[in-house]
Write a protein that binds this ligand. Structure first.
Ligand SMILES: [Ca+2]
Ligand SMILES: [Ca+2]
Ligand SMILES: [Ca+2]
Length: 273
């Protein structure tokens, strides 16, 4: 596990220290910094672990603007089931290029984690999972960055797509320029890619809707499938990672699944509403 490559601190502690030092300006500044960025959704959940996640610390330092404006989040504020807050603050070279944190128990340990897109001004986006351990927010794991500035990915969601009992995370890498569906999962203590298929776009440049996609058991086989627009938004494609119908393909690091196309119909935006 890597420590968060950013300053991580406990907001509640900061506030208490600030108040005891009688520095009300600092308290006010801290509070205003932690307002959700415009057009973002605050994620809420129940159970152990992360119960609330807010993209905050609005900044225009990352000049990309694919999510409708030039404002991105410089920090992520997490809250546990007791209401205790934790702050993950990124270095100036990075932002959270996202509008909706996704709370899910990604590592299946009974405690909620959070999935967000983190972008680097040299290396582009990565999908990152944070969690709470004791008194700290830590980075649980992350995909490699795409490798170039202004390359982004649009998360689809978390579900057990290959029916092995472990939650998986699906996203489309570079949805504007030739989107690649990728699915990752925590296997044997390592975050690994388990599936890939080209030709999809779940996001249009400038749209504030992070992902036009649906997680649904389309063929009623008991395994959730992924519905995605094709790259040109002419077709809706339903994909299954049920190992019984997916084929193995070679990837760097070994064999992964190529999701099977189980249905294809004319694209209808209303389906994704
Ligand atoms: Ca967890
Ligand atoms: Ca799985
Ligand atoms: Ca299915």
């Amino acid at each position: 596990m890597n420590r968060v490559n950013a300053r991580v601190s406990n907001v509640a502690t900061l506030l208490i220290v600030s108040m005891s030092l009688c520095v009300p300006a600092l308290v006010q500044a801290s509070r205003s910094d932690h307002v959700a960025i415009p057009h973002s959704k605050v994620a809420v959940a129940s159970g152990a672990g992360i119960n609330k996640a807010t993209l905050a610390c609005a900044t225009d330092r990352y000049a990309h603007g694919v999510l409708g404006d030039g404002i991105e989040a410089g920090c992520l504020v997490l809250e546990n089931e007791q209401g205790k807050q934790f702050l993950i603050e990124l270095p100036v070279s990075r932002v959270f290029e996202d509008l909706e944190p996704r709370i899910a128990d990604v590592d299946n340990d009974g405690s909620n984690d959070v999935v967000v897109v983190r972008s680097d001004n040299q290396y582009g986006a990565a999908l990152v999972v944070y969690t709470l351990k004791g008194d700290e927010a830590i980075e649980l794991f992350a995909t490699p960055t795409i490798g170039r500035a202004n390359r982004w990915l649009a998360p689809i969601g978390v579900a057990d797509f290959n029916a092995d009992g472990q939650p998986d995370i699906a996203y489309v890498q570079t949805p504007h320029i030739g989107g690649i569906l990728k699915v990752w999962s925590l296997l044997d203590g390592k975050f690994q890619q388990i599936a890939e298929k080209r030709g999809f776009s779940n996001h249009s440049i400038g749209s504030r809707r992070v992902s036009t996609a649906k997680i649904v058991d389309h063929n009623d086989d008991g395994v959730v499938d992924i519905a995605l627009p094709d790259q040109r938004r002419k077709q809706t494609v339903w994909l299954s990672l049920n190992p019984a119908m997916s084929s193995a393909i070679e990837n760097t690091g070994g064999a992964i699944l190529e999701p099977a196309v189980i249905d294809q119909q004319a694209y209808d935006e209303a389906y994704f509403q």
